[in-house]
Every structure is written in C-alpha cells, then in structure tokens.
Design a binder for this molecule. Sequence first.
Ligand code: TXE
Length: 449
Amino acid sequence: MTVVLNPATEEAIAEVQSATVEDADRAIEAARRAFPAWRAVAPSDRARLLRRLAALVEEHGEELARLETRNVGKPIQDSRGEVAMVAEVFYFYAGAVDKHHGETIPVAGGVDLTFREPLGIVGLIVPWNFPIAIASWKLGPALACGNTVVLKPAELTPLTAMRLAELALDAGLPEGVLNVVPGSGSVVGQRLVEHADVAKIGFTGSTEVGRSVMAGAAGTIKRVTLELGGKSANIVFADADLEAAAAAAPFAVFGNAGQDCCARSRILVERAAYDRFLELLVQATAEVRVGDPEDDATQMGPLISADQREKVTSYADGTVVFRGNAPADRGFWFPCTLVEATNEDPVAREEVFGPVGALIPFDDEDDAVRIANDTPYGLSGSIWTGGAARALRVARAVETGVLSVNSNTSVRVSTPFGGFKQSGFGRELGMHALEGYSEVKNVYIATGG
Ligand code: TXE
C-alpha cells in the first residue's frame, strides 16, 4: 500500500494498492485481448469515443483539478489549465483519427499504397510533475491510432490517472483499452519495458531512467519515445523589451515550483543590459505569490516531496541575489531563488527541478549561442530580442526541440514537443505524435492481370 500525500500539508490523502508484476501482466493481457476489437472500431466511432472522453473530462474539470492540486501541490489555476488542456488533447486526437492516413506511390506494374497500422499494446510511463496532462499527451495519439494502453503513473501522483481510467469507461471505451496500473518504476515500469507483448514505451521522466528504459527496450526491439530532462536557456539580448522579458522570466523558472522539464532555469543576459534586467527580474520575482495551492490567487506551491526539497536545497547556494518567502511549517516548501552563476556551476549544468534560476551574463550573439548549447540537454528555450533577423538566426542555432521568441511558452496541443540531445527523442502533441504510435506498412499490388 502506498500512502499518497498532499505536498502542501504533508497530510495523507489516499492509500493506493501498489501493483505487483502479476498485476502488470494482467493489465498487459487485458490490453492484448482488447486490441483486435479496438483496432477494428470504425474511425468515426473511435473519434466519437475520444470526444466523449474529452467532454467527460470537461464536465469533471473542477473535480480533476482539485485532485491534481491536492496530490501535486500545484496552484489550482494551473491545475484548471492543465485539465482543460487534457480535454483539448482528446478533442484534437479525436479529430486526427481520420486525417492520419496513407499514400499511393507511383510504381511500375501496379499500385503501391501505405497504411498506418497501430503498434499493438503500448506501455506509458509518466512522471509526477504534470500527471494528468502528460498522460493525455501519450494517451490521445496512442488511442487514436488504434493501440491499447497500459499506463503507469508516478508513485507519488497516481490519483488523476486512476480517475481518468474510470471516466474512459464511462465514456464507452471498451474494457481493456485503457488500463492504469499504479506501482513502482522498478516493478511495474520495468515489467512494461521488458514484456515481450508490449510494442512500445512512451516515457517521460529523468534522463537516467530514460537511459535504462532505452537499454531495457533493446531486449525486445521495442519502440521508445523519451521525453527527458532539460536545462533550457532564456536568452535576453540588450535590444529586447527588457520590462516584458523580466516580467515573464519568473514564471519560466518558478512555474510548477520549477518542476518543469521546460524550465528556462539558465537566464542568459547580454552584459550591456545585465544590471537593469537583474533589477527588473528581482522586482518581478518578489511579486510571485507563493502559498496555499487551493487559493485562486496563488502562483507557486510547494515541491513534490521532502527528497525533492533536499535535492533543490543543494543547488541554492553560491551568489544568491534574491530569495523569496515561503510557508515554513508543514509542507515541502522552497522559496523563489535567483543566483548568479557561470555555465560551469552545477546549478547551470544539472536539472535542479526546483525554483532556482541561474543568471549568466554573455558578451554577444555568438557567446549566447555557445553558452546556450553548452549542455547535454536540448529541450526548450526562449530568445528575447527586438531584431527579427537575430531571432531567426539564434533560433536556428540553438540546439533544442522547442523554442519561443519574445515569449516563454512552448507547449501547445497542435504543435510538436520534444527534445534534442539527452533530452530525448520522438515528438509529442500535434500530428507529429501520431508517428510515434503507428507503423507504416507498404503494400504493392501487381495490376498486370
Ligand atoms: O524521475 P523518474 P523522479 C527529473 C527531475 C527530477 C528527477 C527525478 O530532474 O528531479 O528526474 O525524478 C518511472 N523502469 N524529472 O525520480 O524516476 C517512475 O516510477 C521503468 C524530469 O521522479 O525518472 C515514474 O513513473 N520506469 C521529468 C517515471 O519513471 C521507471 C519529470 C519517472 O520517474 C523506472 C520527472 C524503471 N527502472 C522527473 N524507474 C521531465 N521530463 O519532466 C522509475 N520509473
């Protein structure tokens, strides 16, 4: 039995039975049995079922958002936004079912055509930072392509995934199509990775575990999609609208208490604007409202766990230029913290996954690109500049999968999301995600008579 805590209060909010290897095998068997009928469902009917699931998520939006906030400690307004996104994801992939189709290719002597076939059973392993949102990013394309699914939520945050599985049944998805198995990574996760009947693993989590998932998947030549850590740069040029850049920067680091793989936790600032930007950034950071996640006005809640707080604490030394306030009694709180660093310091090299931003000055455009790319990661990033040509030059030069210019937002339902380098591979969201949940089959038909 796992006791599930509210990270804002350390109170137990649920007890969840941890699944065993046998439970995982039963879920895989249920998915195996459900697959032939699910892949045969007419496209319009599959789309209708996904639309119904989206509508049920909307109807239960406040309930799901409250559950997510209590389990993850994230501000209720964030949870509402994420649950709304989950519904949008299912609507998007309902609409994608009949738009992801094959081709006919000119060949001699006959006709050549391609089909998009489902993979079969896919194992989805998701983390605790955006539990229901990240689950939906994988479920939407997996189900739309006709796969059946075994989803393993993170040990700390299984509640919304379990509720989503109930809503899927209410929506009319057949038994066995969407199976949720709460349990540990080393038991259930590992079993999904090694089981011969599982065709693919969609994984979001740490780079370290991603590496072991990839190695384990080699045993059965499983397909893998890996969304791993990040250490993204927020590059602020002196010709940028500094007020706008500084007003936006705190939420790119302190959003979700920094527990975001897209966190722009390296804030690179051109020397000519450094002092002015720092002054504006400190002001903006001091205004971040940290407190009770259930309060509508709150902008940052606690960290997920005591372990996470311990890890984050180890990075928040050096030249601290700002440290905010946070509740000090119960809960896994950590204040917004800004430090001055070089790109060689651990705070700039490693994924902190907490509300700690590292300020790093740069000399010119080449220096900015060099520092931004001097990391094993390559997930997201931002460029703030008044020059359109510079924005495009730098956007092409920075080695990451997702970038924003004069904005820090990089995740949208209809656009591809994923990493370069050790941030992983494969793309989620948009039409690109469908590639990761289907196989291209090529058929040649001789028409010679
Ligand atoms: O991640 P894990 P953790 C980073 C972030 C964070 C650190 C550790 O830096 O501080 O990772 O977090 C399952 N086989 N990110 O320890 O362990 C696990 O049960 C199969 C970034 O929570 O990678 C969970 O469901 N599965 C990241 C999932 O993997 C295994 C989000 C992720 O957990 C397994 C989370 C195994 N051997 C953490 N071991 C992001 N990209 O946003 C664990 N799991």
